[in-house]
Design a protein around this ligand. Sequence first.
Ligand SMILES: [Zn+2]
Length: 269
Amino acid sequence: MRYDQRRWLFTVIFLFSSMSIAADNVIVRYLPTNDIKLQPMAKKLQSDSSIQDAITLMNEAFIFLQPLTIVFGANDGPLYDPTRNYILIPYTFLDEVEQRFKAVNYVGDNQGNANPENLVQVVMDVLIHTLFHELAHALITTYELPIVGKEEDAADNLAAVLSIEYFENGAEIAISAADLFYLEGDEITEFEEADFWDEHSLDLQRYYATLCHVYGSDDTQYAYLLEDTGFSDERAELCIGNYERMTNNWLTLLDVYMSPEVDASTPGN
Ligand SMILES: [Zn+2]
């Protein structure tokens, strides 16, 4: 099954042009920061069109029992706080992500000069993936969705599905998030017990799982990932079937909690 990746964009245009926008389903707060180092990214957040698109998707596509509040500039996080229905995103998280990508010249030329615009974009990619991951926790908690297996893996899966299916070139969002998992995993020189009993899968497992979804979503366009990841033919084949099943399962689970105008469970537009 293939979904129209541009459906969301068309739907946004349709919604804006033909009906009033549901108010305050998602509330966004941008807290000020006194830290000069964090201020440019904090400012960029408010004007970045991809972040605004992600927030619009959350606001328009999902039905919440009480408004979901996203707090940028929180002290804790990234996390979902079920007691207040808040998603908390610290500016320091974005700074750490930026520094990690910068340190490996992720978007640089071969002279080692980083392209600042591209660097901001990959940070925003990671933020979109993170927002969708926390959205998954919010939906699972609010509607007591039946998740069989690790909730953290399910949240990563929804983040991949929403990025890939609802954003033009959304697989790039998932790839940036995967590469961050890789960089985080690469820093670990020795595993501790806590790494294995943690509720999250290991960073490198999250890296491979996310790239498996990207490959599974379009095995022609992302054929190059087979070389990058070293997936066997059997694993690559499983990625294709798993992605289709995972997408169907998530969209079926969410069907009654999504606005009909942006219901992606009826593919083929
Ligand atoms: Zn989580």
